[in-house]
Design a protein around this ligand. Structure first.
Ligand code: MN
Length: 487
């Protein structure tokens, strides 16, 4: 095994280290907004989910959504973090057309969740720990739409007021791959907790990436923040580009301006959006409309006690309970729906077989067809039934592949397919014997050579399978062939 090499950007003056910290905005999976009762569903028409509070009408007062607070606490426990029994909401003041209040309600000095950790696994199985700085609750802004009209910008306030958990990491990552692995692990955690859907395409998980470079061993350099990157691939591409850009500036004797940048996936580059504001620019002050948030310790304890099984614990259990390899268990756990599918299918069946069919055949097919596991046309009960047919030797593994194709095409349960298509394995020894006798009679030369060289038996096995349409039980074929050739 080779040692993992640290990620470096090589420049004219030598090698540079990249330092990365992430701020992930995770939308709370709630039906109502953080401070209003308006709905939050995806795909509604423009401005259909806007209350007077979200639209910033005068005199409207925010009322905290208890469910959203509970999800933040849950996520805090998942991050092994400090849960703060008292936290405060502040106004972060800035003007934006899609922010009708003129400020965002966020948490500044006293967030609901403090320091924690997240253990991240890389693709090669190695692990590293990322420190969590904090998690705070805040409102999302609306959306300005610039491309619907040549002259006008439209504003959609459906997102205005939607609850976000902003999860801030420490600058603990050192490569684009590690940053992506961190987001992947964090997304898996919130999906297990049920606190966020983690669907980056729908924008309910987005990452701001802080990038700086330095010579190894030097103090931290000035960072730039790349805003709202919404896919694992773009996170990596943006980092690679941005690190290279900073190295080039520094090597030419320049300095990095602390600023907010945007990644343009079409051009594969980051560009300046605005010079980075400091906290004092926002004129934070406690929101006078909201009381400090005080958590009842008994309520917090109940949340802690009701946490579901988390990914690490599940992976270990799948290995010990079903004898799966660390790799198989890891892939299953990667998607909670897939893990649940496996556990439903495996009841009373051979775990290794069920894992293979779930991971190789079904996952592979879903992947190539771009279908999510929850929308799989083949259900857990179908995989269980298919594996049962293999275990009871009704069909061979080879025929099972064919049955799988018919299952995918929606032709019904495996047993019905096997019966309708006459795919039942031939274990009737007289039928197999008859086929063998015919082949031996037609090929005396092959018989002679097989008597000399026992490995030549393979040719006969192939011929018998061909003659029976692949339905002969391979063990029976081998046994009868051996007996006849040795005779
Ligand atoms: Mn934020």
């Amino acid at each position: 095994m080779s040692e993992r090499q640290p990620y470096r950007v090589s420049g004219r003056t030598g090698e540079w280290e990249v330092v990365l910290g992430l701020e992930v905005h995770a939308q709370v999976a709630s039906h109502a907004k953080l401070f209003s009762g308006a709905a939050t569903g995806f795909g509604a028409g423009p401005n259909e989910q806007v209350s007077l509070v979200d639209a910033g009408f005068p005199g409207m007062l925010p009322v905290i959504n208890r469910y959203c607070v509970e999800q933040a606490v849950k996520t805090g426990f998942g991050l092994k973090a400090q849960i703060n029994s008292v936290s405060r909401f502040d106004r972060k003041n800035y003007f934006y057309p899609d922010l009708p209040q003129g400020y965002q309600i966020s948490q500044f000095k006293e967030p609901i969740v403090g320091e924690g950790t997240l253990e991240v696994e890389r693709d090669d199985g190695s692990r590293f720990v990322v420190g969590i700085e904090r998690l705070h609750l805040e409102q999302d802004a609306g959306k300005s739409i610039h491309d619907m009209d040549p002259h006008w910008t439209y504003v959609d306030l459906n997102r205005s007021g939607v609850a976000l958990m902003e999860i801030v990491s420490k600058p603990d990552m050192r490569s684009p791959e590690d940053a992506a692995a961190y987001v992947k692990t964090l997304r898996m955690l919130v999906r297990y907790l049920g606190t966020c859907d983690g669907d980056m395409e729908k924008g309910n998980l987005r990452a701001d990436v802080n990038v700086s470079v330095r010579k190894p061993g030097d103090p931290l350099g000035t960072r730039c923040e790349i805003k709202n990157v919404n896919s694992m691939r773009f996170i990596q591409q943006a980092i690679v580009y941005e690190a290279r850009r900073q190295v080039e500036i520094l090597e030419e004797g320049g300095s990095i301006d602390q600023e907010t940048r945007l990644y343009d996936p079409g051009r594969g580059e980051t560009r300046s959006m605005r010079s980075k504001e400091d906290a004092h620019d926002y004129r934070y002050f406690p929101d006078p409309d909201l009381l400090p948030l005080e958590l009842d310790p008994a309520w917090v304890k109940r949340i802690q006690d009701s946490l579901p099984e988390l990914p690490d614990a599940k992976r270990e259990r799948l290995q010990s309970q079903y004898g799966l390899t660390a790799y198989d268990a890891g892939v299953l756990v990667g998607d909670p729906v897939r893990a649940a599918f496996f556990e439903e299918a495996v009841k009373g069946r051979d775990p290794k077989l069920v894992a293979n069919w779930t991971l190789n055949d079904l996952s592979g097919r879903l992947g190539t067809e771009g279908v999510a596991f929850e929308d799989s046309p083949i259900k857990a009960a179908d995989i269980a039934a298919l594996v049962e047919l293999i275990e009871t030797e009704v069909i061979s593994s080879k025929i099972a592949k064919e049955v799988f194709e018919h299952m995918w095409a929606g032709e019904g349960a495996p047993k019905a397919i096997v019966e309708a298509r006459g795919l039942v394995q031939v274990t009737d020894t007289s039928a197999i014997e008859k086929a063998i006798d015919e082949i031996m009679a037609a090929n005396p030369d092959k018989v002679a050579s097989a008597k000399e060289k026992p490995q030549a038996i393979g040719w006969f096995v192939g011929q018998v399978m061909k003659a029976t349409g692949g339905k002969a039980n391979p063990a029976a074929v081998n046994q009868i062939l051996k007996a006849k050739l040795e005779a």
